[in-house]
Design a protein around this ligand. Structure first.
Ligand SMILES: [Fe+2]
Length: 467
């Protein structure tokens, strides 16, 4: 068992041991014999531990969706004083998206990367909601948050009763200690922390920044692959789940910070909640390295829809329609012939929030920076900026295969229309001139036929019509 990393900036940055797979029924014990054999809740658990179940789905959810884990711990998590509203209140988290908390706007929005504050801020206080839809209480909807923090959480753990967090770090690595064990997460990786699981975030690099998607009432799953077949996109075995890790410490004044209905509550206890000596189940935190993604796309003509690069999806009740998809735009070859290769201009019934982890996104020559973000809501037009369009057209029909390198953009996409929080609409990081990137698009209409339109296939079509 390696040393705990908490609150030690020089903490080890070696990866702990993980288990591999997605949706498995995992099991792990930090002490041999700690897991009960043959049953979940023996009268006396091995090593004198308490048995405690955490249910991520209702008891009666169909077996293929049912998620729960059994935790065997030194003291049960109920051992704490009553919850009180946290003081000071966190006034930039939203769990109910309505007129009282957020605004509707169809305008294309873009933000420059936020500076990490100079004053000490941990992950919880550095977290702020950008936009979202629905309600944590009604168990339907999502929130998109960002964070800018510089300090490890101290003598406290966070518990999000509202939904699953999918965290996309953009700057700064994270040690995330959970009840199931520890994960070391670097920019370029993502981590999913399921609803209700207690965790703490240590920031060994200090200044840190990133994005968080939170889904209410549903969990992330791997997308179906359809005609792609049995392999491709994110492989189940590349998802990493912690192994059991515990500490038995007297922690006077230790605080559980619980997000409940978008508000923060606190409860004191005098021991670490990371006291799970063994566990088994399929309700687990996990991480994934986006560089392991196996992207697919067109190999002859046209531009695939971005859904082709879905890493994880949180489904709605409607088949094929996501409450929230997590899609990436990783390094890849562009090879299509006589095709406009950057993303096409479009309007979408789905709403699209984008972030950039590193590099340059191929639809925006400038202005969309690592750590920044954009939001194109339902039916709001968007697409490549003027500079990208003109540069692409200038290449002409004979563009060689081209490898997009050193970039990682992503999108959170939802069929629910997000309302936007006031602090990001009033933010000094809001790019008020975003619309200017398209204003310069000029008419190329000539009024006459041109061999620039359609290329070889158009010639074939015309030949057929001529017959
Ligand atoms: Fe789009």
């Amino acid at each position: 068992m390696s040393e705990p990393p908490q609150n030690d900036a020089a903490a080890a940055t070696e990866e702990p041991e993980y288990q591999s797979g997605f949706g498995n029924h995992f099991s792990s014990e930090a002490r041999p014999g700690a897991l009960p054999r043959g049953q979940n809740s023996p009268l006396i658990c091995p090593l004198g531990l308490y048995a405690e179940q955490i249910s991520g789905t209702s008891f009666t959810a169909p077996r293929k969706h049912n998620q729960r884990s059994w935790l065997y711990r030194i003291k049960p998590s109920v051992t704490h004083k009553p919850f009180d509203r946290r003081v000071p209140r966190h006034d930039r988290l939203v769990g109910e998206f309505d007129r009282s908390t957020s605004s509707a706007t169809p305008t294309q929005l873009r933000w420059r990367p936020a500076d990490v504050p100079d004053s000490p801020v941990d992950f919880v206080d550095g977290l702020y909601t950008v936009c979202g839809a629905g309600s944590t209480f009604l168990r339907h909807g999502y929130a998109i948050h960002m964070y800018a923090a510089n300090k490890s959480m101290d003598n406290c753990a966070f518990c999000n009763a509202d939904g699953d967090f999918l965290i996309v770090p953009q700057q700064g690595r994270m040690w995330i200690t959970t009840e199931c064990g520890r994960l070391f997460v670097s920019p370029g990786e993502i981590v999913v922390l399921p609803q209700g699981l207690r965790f703490l975030v240590d920031l060994p690099d200090g200044p840190s920044r990133g994005y968080v998607a939170e889904v209410f009432g549903v969990h992330f799953q791997l997308p179906d692959l359809g005609p792609i077949g049995a392999n491709g996109l994110a492989a189940p075995r590349d998802f990493l789940v912690p192994t059991a890790w515990f500490e038995e410490k007297f922690h006077p004044g230790y605080t559980i910070v619980q997000k409940f209905g978008g508000e923060l509550f606190v409860a004191e206890q005098d021991f670490s909640p990371f006291n799970v000596v063994a566990w088994h189940g399929n309700y687990v935190p996990y991480k994934y390295d986006l560089n392991k993604f196996c992207p697919f796309n067109t190999v002859l003509i046209d531009h695939g829809d971005p859904s082709i690069n879905t890493v994880l999806t949180a489904p709605s009740d409607k088949p094929g329609i996501a409450l929230l998809d997590f899609v990436i735009f990783p390094p890849r070859w562009l090879v299509s012939e006589h095709t406009f290769r950057p993303p096409y201009y479009h309007r979408n019934c789905m709403s699209e929030f984008m972030g950039l982890i590193y590099g340059v996104y191929d639809a925006k020559a400038d202005g969309f920076l690592p750590g920044g973000a954009s939001l194109h809501s339902c039916m709001t037009p968007h697409g490549p900026d003027t500079k990208t369009f003109e540069a692409t057209i200038a290449h002409g029909m004979d563009a060689d295969p081209f490898r997009i390198k050193n970039t990682m953009a992503f999108m959170f996409e939802s069929y629910l229309i997000p309302r936007v929080c006031p602090w990001v609409l009033d933010s000094p990081y809001l790019d008020c001139d975003y619309y200017q990137c398209w204003i310069g698009l000029k008419s190329h209409f000539s009024g006459e036929g041109s061999d620039r339109t359609g290329g070889a296939q158009q010639d074939e079509i015309m030949a057929v019509k001529g017959d």
